[in-house]
Design a protein around this ligand. Sequence first.
Ligand code: SP5
Ligand code: ZN
Length: 341
Amino acid sequence: MLPPFVWSEDCLRHEPEAEVWVGVRTPATEVPARAVAIHGSLVAAGAPEVAATAHDDSALLAVHDPALVEFLRTTWDEWSAAALPSDRIVPYVFARPELTGGREPATPAAVWARPGLFAYDTMTAIGPGTWEAARAAVDVALTAVDLVAGGEPLTYACTRPPGHHVTRSLYGGSCYLNNSAIAAAALLGRFGGPVAVVDVDAHHGNGTQELFLGRSDVLTASVHVDPGAGWFPHFLGFATENDDANLNQPLAPGTRDVGWLAAVERAAAFAAPAKALVVALGVDAATGDPESPLEVSPAGYREAGRILGDLGLPTVVVQEGGYDLATIGPLVVETLTGLAR
Ligand code: SP5
Ligand code: ZN
């Protein structure tokens, strides 16, 4: 039996169209069809669908800087009113703290300079429905938390756009609001601490790590391709960042099931003291995914689900990455099948 899944059509409203990578406009990988594919597989597998309900901003603002939230809420209207030559918001100048000696940078008079206060890459475009989709994904995650708080042992939040690369104030990595971190903060309020986030997306969950750094009430564990081998998010995700509440396990390209599952086992053991669990489920570690070289099989994902399900914790699964449209849905179903008891 598959667990209930939470869905919002509004998550389809974000259409980035393109990612600017090394200065080139390339086709977007984080597309609405991803969520449509997952939805189709879940329905076909008989998982019960639950509509997301509206939640106020309290859990969102417990995690993110109000200035980031306000920027995301308003920036498209400002950009479109300014009649700029691009149909998507992409930063061109970045307000690095060293630029202003650590002092608060000015809010630029130019609309086209404002994204540089909050963006850390050029790949994470904002368009007409981006805010609505990102905010809907938060409602999806919080509705999944409500179900678990109400006694459901396991729920799946079909969140899109993804979130685990977003810090308190900065968005990037195809992410705008950190759905997994918001779910963890909400679970903390319902179950008490510690809660754990186990992130099996192929990329380091840098936003979640930084959000909860130095806190013992949220345990963060990430299993990902080694940034030292040249992979996003490049600047972090190393084992040197580990402490009592944070476990990074960077893996070599081509690690495949056995090595990846051993890392998932260690992440699960790290999360064992928690009272509730968030699984940040990126399925981009799978063979055939265009954005990662880890080469995990569908059976590997099912086994990862079984390992995490064996913790016996109230669990919210939050969708992160996964970019192969032909396999993303079946991989989610495999993982949930492994998790279900
Ligand atoms: C949530 C998630 O999985 N985010 C991953 C973001 C990583 N993106 C890095 C992309 C690096 C270059 N890829 C070239 C593709 C050009 N379309
Ligand atoms: Zn990823």
